[in-house]
Design a protein around this ligand. Structure first.
Ligand SMILES: Nc1ncnc2c1ncn2[C@@H]1O[C@H](COP(=O)(O)OP(=O)(O)OP(=O)(O)O)[C@@H](O)[C@H]1O
Ligand SMILES: [Mg+2]
Length: 410
């Protein structure tokens, strides 16, 4: 399923980080002093004893998107997301949540922010071991002062949302890692926060469960449309979940883009190395590889006109459209000749049956099975049935070859 289907480009900004710095240590001024030149993180540590964790980071998270922060261990991801909630105090810079500067918040405002606006999901689920699943999920509502029956009803709803119905009265220790993480997600969603920050939530799970959890997160997101800041060090996870991805290295963001941009135009060697094992076919969508046909036929044209057009362009098939570019199907010269022989007047009688089609969001990888089962180009059609373009089998094969080259490190 393509999450991109549900994320409609929204320019409204939920989280904005401007020129954020975080330096751990006692000699912070020395690091920020513009007269002193340092040669990277190690040099700073040696000369000042400080750890430069976040270096002048700026980005924006749009409302309703899944924004992924990706980078190797130690690149500063956790520090960055913790700064956003001020679980760690930033050294310099600005953090705006819905336009409000978090750095100016009082302790009480911060508590409000963490209880109502943004929930956090961690790698280690942090469930309360002596409370059952229902109580764990309802916990955030309890500290908000919600009455028992009301909070339990809400918790029940969230437990069902994450697929754990029937487990309400069990203790966390009776659940597998994947199930416990679902409880963590249910708990984070129970307060109906506007935003979720998820710091490597699936990293502790084995690969199969991890993929299931990713699918479930996408399913849940389709229902709840939250703004999600998701941290991972796994590129495939980033490419699967992210509407946009920011790549971090040594405390800096070195590239921000959608999955296609990151994979097709890596900004430097570091990103290229990261994406080398990722296959474009998993990321590229039909929109990216579709073409416009040289010839289109229209439903009101007669079979003889159609034959004439096809023969004069040396084609043996073409798509047929109706008014407003509505997609109708595909006709071949062979079928048209049969229709003419039988005295048929409409090219609609010559349409190929059971024609396969895709949408502009279809991932190229999902086109492979379509490509092997048809001799014809694959039409790309939007949700209203409008024709957008066509994809030739050779183009799909081309993207596989590019795939191989990437694997070989070309
Ligand atoms: N409390 C601290 N004191 C000193 N240095 C710290 C502290 N917390 C983090 N750091 C340093 O900040 C840098 C960034 O760490 P951070 O935990 O944010 O990385 P990360 O990208 O989340 O890594 P991981 O993938 O392993 O979770 C590291 O060099 C780390 O050693
Ligand atoms: Mg971390």
């Amino acid at each position: 399923m393509a999450i991109n289907n549900i994320y409609l480009q929204n320019e409204e900004i939920s989280i904005e980080v401007n020129n954020l710095w975080k330096i751990f240590g006692d000699n912070v001024e020395k690091v920020l002093d513009s007269d002193t030149q340092f040669d990277g993180k190690t040099d700073i540590l040696e000369k000042t004893g400080c750890v430069l964790a976040i270096k002048d980071v700026s980005f924006q998270v749009h409302r309703g998107e899944i924004f992924v922060l990706m980078g190797l261990s130690g690149s500063g991801k956790s520090t960055l997301v913790r700064c956003i909630l001020r679980l760690i105090e930033p050294t310099a810079g600005k953090i705006l949540i819905n336009g409000e500067n978090v750095c100016d918040c009082t302790a009480q405002q911060l508590t409000e922010l963490r209880r109502h606006t943004i929930s956090m999901v961690f790698q280690y689920f942090g469930l309360l071991p002596h409370r059952n699943i229902l109580q764990n999920v309802a916990y955030g509502l309890k500290i908000r002062g919600m009455a028992k029956s009301k909070r339990e009803a809400k918790a029940q709803e969230m437990i069902e949302l994450v697929g754990l119905k029937g487990w309400e009265s069990y203790l966390p220790s009776a659940l597998s890692g994947g199930m416990q993480q679902r409880v963590g997600i249910a708990r984070a969603l129970s307060t109906d926060p506007e935003m979720l920050i998820m710091d490597e939530p699936f990293s502790g799970l084995d690969p199969l469960i991890r993929r299931q959890m990713q699918d479930e997160l996408l399913d849940i997101q389709e229902k709840v449309h939250k703004t999600i800041l998701f941290v991972t060090h796994d590129l495939h996870e980033a490419l699967k979940l992210g509407n946009r991805i920011a790549i971090m290295k040594d405390g800096e963001i070195i590239q921000i883009g959608d999955p296609e941009e990151v994979i097709t135009a890596p900004s430097d060697g570091y990103v290229r190395e990261f994406v080398q094992d990722a296959s474009p076919a998993k990321v590229l969508t039909a929109k990216r590889i579709m073409e416009q046909p040289n010839v289109l036929l229209y439903e009101w044209q007669g079979p003889k006109t159609a034959i004439h057009i096809l023969e004069s362009t040396e084609l043996d098939n073409a798509f047929v459209l109706g008014r407003g570019s509505k997609f109708r199907g595909l006709v071949t010269v062979e079928r048209l000749l049969e229709i003419i022989k039988g005295g048929g007047k409409s090219i609609m009688n010559a349409l190929e049956p059971d024609l396969l089609r895709c949408t502009s969001d279809t991932i190229v990888e999902d086109l492979f099975p379509l490509a092997v089962s048809t001799r014809h180009p694959i039409p790309v059609v939007d949700d209203d049935g409008k024709f957008l373009g066509e994809i030739h089998t050779s183009t799909i094969l081309g993207s596989m070859i590019q795939d191989k080259e990437t694997e070989l490190g070309d």
